[in-house]
Design a protein around this ligand. Structure first.
Ligand SMILES: [Zn+2]
Length: 560
């Protein structure tokens, strides 16, 4: 489900805010209701924005959406108390807001339209004048003292459960520190307070503009020809190497002979999980073990059946972009992944450079659907900058625009012309500001359905390549190679890190025959699954807990 953000953050005085049509009504309701419920005397003084916020928020859970008006008529509208004011959301027509799930759902599935808010959770007592507990301990909502490290570890330890109820990026008592550039140094650590600084302090004019094309999901006989058309060996970067992309490959339905070929051609292969489970909560609430099995298991499958060199699968993208918070990042760190590319930064100018998650995340978490980590990890974040869905910059820089993440699910992009214009506008946005890497995130399936969009993308790529000698279409790992050892654009053409697997001619085709294995696993009810590989067929269909397809998972063999 998607939100339409109304851009309704109450920043300045209420009267000055330009509201989107119906939401004005919503705010009028807030004012009226709050004044009445709290007997604020409107004769004496105007109701201020802070009065409204305080009155509404005093009995609400921080960051949680609630209704101002109960009942089916207003079930699309909710607001939340955010740090900088109230935030309003209106679900698209046909949908309603589900308080329990905290997301828009089909109207007939929402059973709590008559409830205004979820009960307020017990909160820990962090901000008391005198500390209530010994050093190393913190106070639960009822005054009980509990070890600090037990707060926000996803297990309730306080009797009232309050140790798990205030765990945001700014409130988790065990959260990562804010960026300290003195401690955080390249090549292993990179941060800046707003994440807009260029690594190595290179002058923006001197930075090679990197563009990362990335594709998600299974590689199949349907989408393989699309990759072959886009990456036809004729499209060259200024260093004469082929333009390339990063593919986040999920296991089910993937043809590993084709993945092997794409890797040979120079593309980067990353993992997008084994199951690609479509239940959003599976990922959001996933344990560290789940994330390990899904991502490290996905990597094992790629290494074994696409025969990728060990150490070449470096990155991860969460299915449905549903982050799993600290559990997810702890699993990535433990399994030595180099980077994640699932976190979404709200549209902003200038856009963000990737950063390491050793320090606190330098942007607002996309709180509507992402559960960001709050603690410190040794993983790079290839941040997904939302792009500006407009075909050209607006005339009023204060205009609130909500960005898009995936190119193929951006409702503003309806025609090939609009795709071309949006790409051009956003390219300039990166190129003329801080040259942060520009990511284009998509699914090849989009181009099967809308071949005219592929034409527009190709036209745009060719135009960029013909116009600029300082723009490179590279992989995520290539971006990291640049960031760890930044260089001015005059050195880009000879940078060896970008010349590995320069074209398909550089690597021999080792695939003699591709075999289509017909396999099964008890974990999928014994249903037959097809899987193509240039290697040998395993005994069972590779799956969670058995990525090599040994078939031996449920009957462990013990040494006697
Ligand atoms: Zn996906």
């Amino acid at each position: 489900m998607k939100f339409f953000m109304l851009g309704l953050v109450l920043g300045g005085a209420l009267a000055q805010i330009e509201m989107v049509d119906e939401s004005t009504v919503l705010l009028e309701q807030v004012k009226k209701q709050v004044s009445e419920e709290n007997n604020l005397d409107r004769e004496k003084r105007a109701v201020s924005e802070d009065d409204i916020k305080d009155a509404l928020c005093k009995d609400k859970n921080p960051g949680e959406f609630f209704r101002l008006v109960a009942g089916g008529q207003s079930c699309r509208d909710v607001v939340a108390c955010a740090e900088n004011g109230l935030q309003a959301i209106r679900c698209p027509p046909g949908l309603a807001f589900d308080l329990d799930k905290q997301t828009c759902e089909w109207k007939n599935q929402v059973k709590n339209c008559n409830v205004k808010a979820r009960p307020k959770l017990a909160l820990p007592l962090f901000n008391t004048k005198e500390p209530l507990c010994e050093p190393g301990y913190l106070a639960c909502g009822d005054g009980q003292c509990v070890k600090q490290e037990l707060f926000c570890d996803e297990n309730p330890d306080c009797l009232d459960g309050s140790d798990e109820n205030l765990c945001g990026p700014r409130t988790d008592p065990n959260r990562a520190d804010d960026c300290d550039p003195e401690i955080c140094r390249l090549p292993d650590c990179f941060c800046s307070p707003t994440s807009t600084k260029i690594p190595g302090n290179i002058d923006p004019q001197e930075v090679p503009q990197m563009i990362v094309l990335s594709f998600d999901d299974a590689v199949t006989t349907t989408n393989f020809p699309i990759y072959q058309r886009l990456f036809n060996g004729q499209r060259k970067n200024p260093n004469s190497c082929d333009i390339r992309s990063t593919l986040f490959v999920s296991h089910k339905y993937t043809n590993y002979s084709m993945v092997e070929e794409l890797h040979r051609q120079g593309h980067e292969i990353a993992t997008h999980s084994i199951t690609h489970d479509n239940d959003e909560d599976y990922w959001t609430d996933g344990s560290k073990e789940t994330w390990s099995e899904e991502m490290a298991g996905g990597r094992t499958i790629l290494e074994k059946f696409a025969r990728l060199p060990v150490g070449d699968v470096l990155g991860v993208r969460a299915p449905l972009l549903r982050l799993g918070g600290n559990n997810m990042f702890a699993a990535l760190e433990e399994n030595e992944f180099l980077y994640d590319s699932s976190m979404v930064a709200p549209l902003q100018n200038p856009p963000l450079w990737p950063y390491t998650t050793y320090f606190a995340i330098p942007h607002a978490c996309h709180g509507n659907f992402q559960k960001c980590p709050t603690r410190s990890y040794g993983v790079w974040e290839m941040i997904m900058n939302e792009f500006d869905p407009r075909e050209e910059p607006g005339s009023d820089p204060r205009e609130q625009v909500s960005g898009c993440v995936m190119l193929d699910s951006c409702s503003e992009i309806r025609t090939p012309d609009s795709l071309y214009n949006v790409l051009t506008h956003n390219f300039i946005r990166h190129y003329e500001q801080n040259r942060a890497p520009m990511g284009l995130y998509m699914h090849a399936a989009w181009f099967s359905k809308s071949p005219e969009m592929l034409d527009a993308l190709e036209f745009w790529i060719d135009e960029i390549l013909a116009t600029y000698n300082n723009v490179f279409f590279v992989t995520m790992n290539d971006v990291l190679k640049f960031m760890q050892q930044p260089f001015p654009v005059r050195d880009a053409v000879k940078f060896q890190g970008w010349k590995e697997r320069c074209s398909a001619l550089d690597t021999d085709d080792r695939c003699e025959t591709s075999t289509t294995c017909v396999l099964q696993t008890d974990k999928l009810g014994g249903l037959k699954q097809r899987m193509s590989t240039c290697g040998t067929c395993p005994d069972a269909y590779p799956w969670l807990g058995d990525p090599t397809g040994s078939g031996l998972v449920d009957t462990p063999v013990f040494d006697v």
